[in-house]
Write a protein that binds this ligand. Sequence first.
Ligand code: ZN
Length: 147
Amino acid sequence: MNKEDLKIIFNRKKQKIERKINKKGFVKEKLIAGFNLTTFDQFYNNWFSMEKFEKGCFYCGTTNKTSEALYRIQRDGKRPDATRGGKRGKRLELDRINPNLPYDNLDNIVWCCYWCNNAKSNFFTKNEFEPIAIEIGRAIKKIMEQH
Ligand SMILES: [Zn+2]
């Protein structure tokens, strides 16, 4: 993970307002939660470490390298593709352990694989998700051994 790639990930997670026009022609605005007060430099200096990144998914331990390999297996057509058109799963994502806290609370941000992020959603707490994550990690390891 270099600084430029991290910046891309960070910028995608900036808070924004999504505007959509509904069937009646009205503009609907929706706040998409993300980093609001935190600058990239603050994020980089106070949160990022190569060591943390190399540990992989906070929940199941899947590394970025494994995530990329799984992504390729799907995109090659060797497995059903769950990458949402190639948009997800290529690399580790940023997750809020507690989704009720703002992104600016950096202690609450962790690296997370796509599969854990998807399964945890905004529903399970960290403790509730723990046994699920262990099984996701096991399943991913098994898949990697088969390819
Ligand atoms: Zn995971």
